[in-house]
Design a protein. Structure first.
Length: 96
């Protein structure tokens, strides 16, 4: 999981590249409409690899139920319970 104050399109590309090397290149990926996923650089990179980018409809988180469930559990178990005083502390706790 990437923990940072700001996640850029290059961070997304780097993380996806790691996943693709480990798991293989998928036919498509589904994501929300966040700027880090809809960025031109990410879309162009995926297109070069032949991976379709599928975006959920705005206001329809149920279209991506697995990640919404994960984020809800992460929020309940970590984010709502802790106040991070430094970025390093957040990274360490998320990696546990």
């Amino acid at each position: 999981m990437v923990v940072n104050r700001r996640i850029s399109s290059q961070n997304v590309i780097d993380q996806l590249c790691t996943f693709f090397v480990i798991r293989g290149t998928p036919r498509h990926i589904r994501s929300d409409n966040g700027p880090e996923f809809t960025a031109r650089a990410v879309r162009q990179w995926l297109e070069r690899l032949g991976v379709r980018a599928l975006f959920i409809e705005l206001g329809s988180p149920s279209e991506n139920g697995y990640i919404e469930s994960f984020i809800g559990k992460l929020r309940d178990e970590l984010l709502n319970r802790d106040i991070f005083t430094t970025l390093l502390e957040a990274k360490v706790l998320v990696d546990m």
